[in-house]
Design a protein around this ligand. Structure first.
Ligand code: ZN
Length: 256
């Protein structure tokens, strides 16, 4: 079961509820981490020590910038899950992906995301890691111990178990090279990061025009269309997209 944290700032934070554990995807700012803690305690009436996994769909500041804050109020067992590619960023073997289409891709979505900013801490990050601008792309030190990080993937498979409550990882590069989605077959829920965004209420969602590779992001949507039937898409920015048949079928894509 997925719960979007209401008004979690610029990007969307999600709480995944399994039987006796919780996971959080993309706590992107200090404010998002604070909102998530409050949501877990007040709305879900669970304790922060139930939070065992904090995942990122990709290594961009607006998706990782609250992980340290959230981790500092979780139990000692809580771990941070990143794609294997992030190890290279942290070890400075590789800079994060260069982004294209800033004006047509990022600007309109960023403008529409402003309505989700509710307080100053939604623009505060617990470190400078994950800024996709030249000159910042190698900044990757994190405010928590490397022992708290678990890396997944980086092998041949594109789809594999995450190890949390029946959730799988599906590698969906294109927005960035480390972009992944999280999918749960039993409930047909897909948390897709910035592969798809949906800034309109009751919108169908669209393939993100802000990407590092147009071919890869198109291929990732094609891969999902061929392999999964999704009831609810939870995008990296904006509102969920729902359909009883397959919510991916309505997603607006690019002209070939
Ligand atoms: Zn984003």
């Amino acid at each position: 079961m997925v719960y979007p944290v209401p008004n979690s700032g610029f990007s969307r934070t999600y709480v995944l509820v399994a039987e006796d554990e919780l996971a959080v995807v993309d706590p992107g700012s200090v404010g998002a981490a604070e909102d998530t803690k409050r949501f877990i305690e007040k709305e879900l009436r669970r304790e922060m020590r139930d939070l065992t996994a904090i995942m990122a769909t990709h290594f961009h500041i607006d998706h990782i910038g609250g992980i340290g804050t959230l981790l500092s109020c979780s139990g000692p067992e809580a771990r941070v899950f990143f794609h294997e590619r992030v190890r290279d960023y942290l070890e400075k073997k590789r800079p994060i992906s260069s982004m294209k289409n800033w004006y047509l891709g990022l600007r309109p979505a960023a403008w529409k995301s402003v309505r989700y900013l509710r307080k100053a801490t939604h623009l505060m990050f617990d470190g400078p890691a994950g800024i996709p601008l030249p000159g910042f792309k190698n900044l990757s030190s994190l405010p928590y111990d490397r022992e708290r990080i678990v890396f997944f993937g980086g092998k041949r498979e594109r789809r594999y178990p995450l190890g949390f409550g029946g959730w799988e990882v599906i590698e969906t590069p294109g927005h960035t090279e480390d972009s992944v989605s999280f999918f749960r077959e039993a409930t047909r829920e897909l948390v897709c990061g910035d592969l798809i965004i949906n800034m309109e209420k009751n919108g169908r969602g669209r393939l993100n025009r802000f990407y590092s590779s147009r071919d890869e992001i198109m291929a990732s949507l094609d891969f999902l269309l061929r392999t999964v039937q999704v009831k609810t898409v939870y995008p990296g920015h904006g509102e969920p997209v729902r359909s009883e048949s397959n919510a991916l079928l309505g997603v607006e894509t690019f002209e070939k």
